[in-house]
Design a protein around this ligand. Structure first.
Ligand SMILES: *[C@@H]1O[C@H](CO)[C@@H](O)[C@H](O)[C@H]1NC(C)=O
Length: 293
């Protein structure tokens, strides 16, 4: 290979790498089997196009789910999901990270189904050391049953950000140094599942799952994981501080992202534990850090 061609290839590949490295939201399509395995009820998962897309089925006998092969300490994780269309009341579709330890850490997206034409609710939560109770609930600005949308988590030593497509819908800041709690030393796996939760999901359990509409089907693609792989017991990660999500631009939201988050809070938020003075007479510490003022 001559010199100029080689330089050109090097430049090109470093450009491709740099543009990905700087942008956690670059769409990444990988087949199911690269990063994931089924968790339970294997026969309720259908594989399309060689596993580039899968369908989870929920019927009266069971729901189903899948989990990442690896455990990760920090990184960027995303899933394209199309929620159960039509009557999905009583069903919950979840995409979450969990350490599954005795005092577990967890980062949750939970999509609560509804009657045909009624809006889904997206509930998010963060558990630290076995304690959750940090629910936020929003309506989405689109119908999540009509098309695929990308749901992502960015997790580093500074913040956890929940994204819907490119919009940050929640940020959870690390307040460890102020005495707060933050998940930072327990690797997590990524879990996805579809199950029946008609004891609480839709209108607080008032709407029951209509089994005459089964099977309920949620569709998945993307299967993107870009994290620091660690064994379940590892308390740190080899490359900590060196990966793209550790870099200064990911330590906080930028101005445009704060604006978008404010838009979600003003227009789409149903419930935010940060503002629930009955439940938390004192503002939880992490809530005092989650705005741009
Ligand atoms: C379902 O629809 C009802 C009526 O529009 C609404 O109050 C509720 O928030 C919706 N979502 C869920 C998950 O209950």
């Amino acid at each position: 290979m001559n010199y100029s061609l080689r330089m050109c290839l090097i430049l090109l590949s470093s450009f491709v790498y740099a543009s990905f490295a700087a942008n956690p939201r670059t769409p990444i399509d990988v087949p199911f089997g690269r990063n994931y395995v089924p968790t339970w009820a294997y026969d309720h998962i259908k594989y399309l196009n060689g596993g580039s897309e899968i369908l989870l089925n929920l019927d009266k006998s069971t729901g189903t789910g899948f989990q990442s092969k690896g455990s990760y300490l920090f990184g960027h994780f995303s899933m394209f999901i199309k929620m159960v269309p039509g009557d999905s009341a009583g069903t919950v579709t979840a995409f979450y990270l969990s350490s599954q330890t005795a005092e577990h850490d967890e980062i949750d997206f939970e999509f609560l189904g509804n009657r045909t034409g009624q809006p889904y609710i997206l509930q998010t939560n963060v558990f630290t050391g076995g304690k959750g109770d940090r629910e936020q609930r929003i309506y989405l600005w689109f119908d999540p049953t009509q098309a695929y949308h990308r749901y992502s988590v960015l997790w580093n030593m500074f913040q956890i950000v929940f994204f819907v497509d490119d919009i940050p819908i929640r940020v959870f800041k690390n307040t460890n140094q102020l005495g707060g709690k933050y998940p930072f030393n327990q690797p997590m796996k990524i879990y996805n599942s579809l199950w029946n939760a008609d004891d609480w999901a839709t209108r607080g359990g008032l709407e029951k799952t209509d089994w005459s509409k089964a099977p309920f089907i949620a569709s998945y693609k993307g299967f993107h994981i870009d994290g620091c792989e660690a064994s379940v017991n590892a308390k740190f990660c080899d490359t900590q501080g060196k990966r793209w999500w550790d870099q200064p631009e990911f330590h906080d939201l930028d101005v445009a992202q704060w604006q978008r988050l404010r838009w979600v809070r003003q227009k789409y938020t149903i419930y935010n534990y940060c503002n629930d003075r009955k439940r938390y007479p004192q503002v939880p510490l992490e809530c005092t850090r989650d705005r741009d003022v």
